[in-house]
Design a protein around this ligand. Structure first.
Ligand code: GUN
Length: 293
């Protein structure tokens, strides 16, 4: 069994990005600037935004975080989005999700200039992704694609089962895996909360991508011998065995499933670091396009 090491793989991508950023700086071009808008005080969102900020610094990019109160109105948030759309010193920005319940996420996403939408969530980018056109690909699905590529996992003609149909992961990765390219050319089944005979379907997967948001949901009886298993979940579980008082678990029961899988991503250190590397890659791309490099 091979552990798909997202930390190591993402480091390689980051080194390539850092090299390009250093070249920009050498040529007296301002480094790419990523902004994250964080509304409210959701603990997990704060952790993710901090990680994104640190990652920017590690490759020589500039980053800023706009921290807005949980009481921010939709109108105020839209005004912040407008401000960033029009700020020439900002190459790309993200609005960290989820947003407080009184704000309509789709209205906010649709307000982002697609040219600065480094999350790839705007309908223009989603549409281009679905058509296989050049665009900002969503970071988590693209991170999965990059790790499959790095480990030269065969995907053509394989049965790829995706668990979860979210706009951020399940839906886009199912489209990307079915497209006529590598990684892709797979026969894709998208499973969700209404799917019947779920374990039967997952057990027929050559490649199983799990983004269901339920800790250790996938057990060994749901996995075929020799399958490639990609775990997108990340959950903090209370634990007495660690100093921090919690451990991180994925959507897959790693200990049980790793006895059957040929390849599997760990949690942490699998998809997570790849997601951040993809965001950096999109930010570099936005900066290069806006400055015609
Ligand atoms: N929340 C969970 N994943 C993401 C992501 O990739 N981008 C944003 N903006 N919010 C998220």
């Amino acid at each position: 069994m091979i552990v798909l090491d997202g930390k190591k793989t993402s480091q390689k991508l980051r080194t390539e990005i850092a090299k390009e950023v250093a070249e920009m700086i050498d040529n007296e071009i301002r480094p790419p600037h990523l902004v994250a808008i964080l509304v409210g005080d959701d603990g997990a969102s704060q952790t993710y935004v901090n990680a994104k900020e640190k990652a920017c610094q590690s490759v020589g990019m500039t980053s800023s975080v706009y921290r807005l109160s949980s009481k921010t109105s939709e109108k105020e948030l839209l005004a912040a989005v407008d401000f960033l759309n029009n700020d020439p010193d900002v190459d790309g920005f993200i609005v960290q999700l989820p947003l407080p319940k009184h704000i309509n996420e789709q209205n906010v996403i649709e307000r982002i200039d697609p040219a600065k939408d480094v999350d790839g969530f705007h309908p223009v980018n989603v549409g281009k992704m679905a058509l296989g056109l050049d665009c900002f690909l969503p970071a988590t699905p693209n991170g999965i694609i990059e790790i499959l590529k790095h480990y030269q996992i065969e995907t053509e003609g394989k049965h790829c089962v995706v668990l979860g149909r979210s706009n951020i992961v399940g839906s886009p990765i199912s489209i990307m895996m079915s497209q006529k390219k590598y990684p892709g050319n797979a026969t894709v089944t998208l499973c969700h909360s209404k799917t019947q005979n779920l374990a039967e379907i997952t057990a027929s997967a050559d490649i199983l991508i799990v983004a269901i948001g339920s800790p250790e949901f996938v057990k060994e009886n749901m996995v075929k011998e020799g399958a490639v298993v990609i775990d997108v979940g990340i959950h903090r579980i209370a634990s007495t065995t660690t100093e921090s008082g919690f451990i991180l678990k994925g959507d897959v029961d790693f200990a049980a499933v790793s006895t059957k899988a040929s390849h599997i991503t760990p949690v942490p250190g699998g998809v997570g670091p790849m997601t951040i590397a993809s965001l950096l890659s999109n930010t570099l791309k936005a900066a290069k396009i806006s400055r015609s490099i």
